[in-house]
Write a protein that binds this ligand. Structure first.
Ligand SMILES: NC(=O)c1ccc[n+]([C@@H]2O[C@H](COP(=O)([O-])OP(=O)(O)OC[C@H]3O[C@@H](n4cnc5c(N)ncnc54)[C@H](OP(=O)(O)O)[C@@H]3O)[C@@H](O)[C@H]2O)c1
Length: 235
């Protein structure tokens, strides 16, 4: 699959190749559907049989074959990382996780950074990107762009709330990867290192934490968990 993706991009190697979720999904032959997305049949999410150890060992082999320079993980919690570090020959270069003021994940960030992993935040704006997915939890959550703490800090620095949210993350040594379809907002999202938040402002924003996660696959109603065949990975 890695070779197919490289061919699609017309390149010889990936700078960084990451495991999207610590959940194995049943293989979909590219002849049947490509890219497959999360579902097996276009409707249901069906678990596969590979353990994370098998997956990580396969990822390491891509580095050996020079198909990927660096390999990383995404959506792993601390316990899974601790386990992976027991057998990993290559420590993940990066950990990409949901991270915003409603989900600050201090412990996880520290664990990853202490082991030399660069932490990358996705969904830096909290509920915003999940509104496009029509997620009820996002609709029920006040926008961080409208939050009074974020807004008043933004006003003080003459920046937008989005820029403050991105700067708050980068000042915690977390990389950000915001996406936008709007040219002005793309430019705005790049201009986020020309100012610094002070320690109190960083603390005030971090205090908005409510351990609120939007991207949780186990909350997806089309996840077929009873089909996992326990202890039967080879058959
Ligand atoms: N590893 C994972 O499981 C995972 C999960 C989710 C996302 N990701 C990755 O993370 C990256 C970011 O995606 P995301 O889904 O997290 O989206 P995001 O960047 O957090 O948010 C995108 C939303 O914010 C809006 N926006 C962007 N810049 C803005 C600004 N300056 N002011 C106001 N609104 C702004 C966009 O609207 P406009 O387009 O109208 O500006 C869009 O509605 C993507 O590369 C994605 O693939 C990874």
């Amino acid at each position: 699959m890695c070779k197919k993706q490289l061919a699609d991009w017309g390149i010889d190697y990936f700078d960084l190749y990451i495991v999207h979720f610590p959940i194995s999904l049943k293989y979909v032959d590219p002849k049947d559907r490509y890219p497959p997305g999360f579902t097996y049949d276009g409707k249901n999410v069906v678990p596969g049989k590979a353990s994370i150890q098998e997956t990580w060992t396969a990822m390491e082999s891509l580095v050996g074959k020079k198909l990927a320079k660096s390999i990383g993980i995404s959506n792993f919690n601390g316990q899974l990382i601790m386990d992976l570090l027991r057998y990993a020959k290559i420590v993940p270069a990066t950990l990409q996780v949901e991270h915003h003021p409603y989900l600050t994940q201090e412990g996880l960030v520290k664990l990853a950074q202490d082991h030399g992993m660069a932490v990358t935040a996705y969904s830096s704006f909290g509920p915003q990107s999940f509104l496009e997915l029509d997620m009820q939890r996002a609709k029920d959550t006040p926008l961080l762009f409208d939050n009074q703490t974020v807004k008043s800090i933004a006003d003080k620095h003459k920046k937008t709330p989005a820029q403050v949210l991105l700067r708050w993350a980068t000042q915690r040594n977390i990389a950000v990867i915001p996406k936008s379809n709007n040219q002005n907002r793309l430019a705005q999202n790049l201009d986020v290192t020309s100012f610094d938040l002070d320690a109190d402002e960083l603390k005030e924003i971090s205090a908005l934490n409510k351990n609120l996660r939007f991207n949780d696959p186990l909350n997806v109603s089309n996840f077929i968990s009873p089909k996992i065949e326990y202890g039967c990975r080879s058959c």
